[in-house]
Design a protein around this ligand. Structure first.
Ligand SMILES: O=C(O)[C@H](O)[C@@H](O)[C@H](O)[C@H](O)COP(=O)(O)O
Length: 253
């Protein structure tokens, strides 16, 4: 399934990395809005949302066709929408509330099931939501993989090399059929989460993995040396798999 070579860019400062992330996202938004009238974007949680700060500033905030965006989460914590742990809340407060994306184009985890804490049902329903959007021609199916194909996924990596909620030593990374799966014993808190599976993640046209800070430097080095099968080492994309690193994250390369 791995189709593209990993492209790595190291930035002299975090500010330059943030600027490049905004530019990359804005360029793809313009391309896909022009080509097909919509842009499907997948967010993760963690620090990534802060790193998207430049998107909500000029010139990007005024030039992006926000009404054509469709927003998804690569993983989500199973908790209520107003819980400080919620990736939905994080993205809403830090990014989405600042831009005019129609609320019906924001595809969050089911509010009630998430509050109830049933991870399996949340994953089933999120997959159903994606399947409906395939029927509505919002999300195409990747001809090569047979899985849904998002335009851009904005990803982060934990110090243990996890991406989305695919953690080392947990079997979610091996899922080959489902589109969305779940975990109830995540090593990163909180323990209950839903997550896109690897075939879905790797079916995206563009994957941008952003990694900052020294805590991640060891995992970055292991992944680049190809000598440790960490979940993030499996990241691929159909057109481009690009890694943006700051100096600290690249310090052990
Ligand atoms: O639920 C989460 O925690 C995130 O969605 C997760 O996938 C994140 O992208 C990585 O864990 C990196 O997170 P940090 O930026 O906090 O290291």
């Amino acid at each position: 399934m791995a189709t593209t070579q990993r492209k790595v860019v190291v930035f002299p400062s975090k500010n330059e990395l943030y600027e490049a992330m905004a530019k990359y996202t804005a360029n793809l938004s313009a391309k896909f809005c022009k080509e097909k009238g919509l842009f499907t974007v997948v967010l993760s949680g963690g620090d990534l949302i802060d790193w998207l700060c430049k998107l909500v500033q000029p010139p990007y905030i005024d030039s992006i066709e926000w009404s054509k965006w469709h927003v998804f989460w690569v993983d989500e914590r199973v908790c209520s929408w107003d819980d400080p742990n919620s990736n939905y809340k994080l993205a809403m407060d830090g990014f989405l509330c600042k831009v005019p994306i129609p609320s019906q184009n924001i595809y969050a985890i089911d509010k009630h099931l998430a509050s109830d804490g049933n991870a399996e049902n949340c994953a089933t329903l999120y997959e159903e939501c994606l399947r409906n959007l395939v029927k509505e021609n919002i999300i195409p199916i990747c001809a090569k993989t047979g899985f849904p194909q998002f335009d851009l996924e904005l990803l982060g990596m934990g110090p243990d090399g996890h991406m989305a909620s695919l953690f080392p030593g947990h079997n979610q990374i091996n899922e080959k059929e489902k589109w969305v799966t779940y975990i109830t014993d995540s090593p990163k808190q909180p323990p209950k989460r839903i997550t896109f599976t690897l075939p879905v993640i790797n079916s995206a046209l563009y994957n941008l993995m952003a990694v900052c800070d020294k805590e991640q430097a060891h995992a970055v080095a292991e992944i680049m040396k190809q000598n440790k099968p960490l979940p993030s080492a499996h990241l691929s994309a159909q057109v481009e798999n690009v890694w943006y690193l700051d100096q600290a994250a690249a310090s052990m390369l």
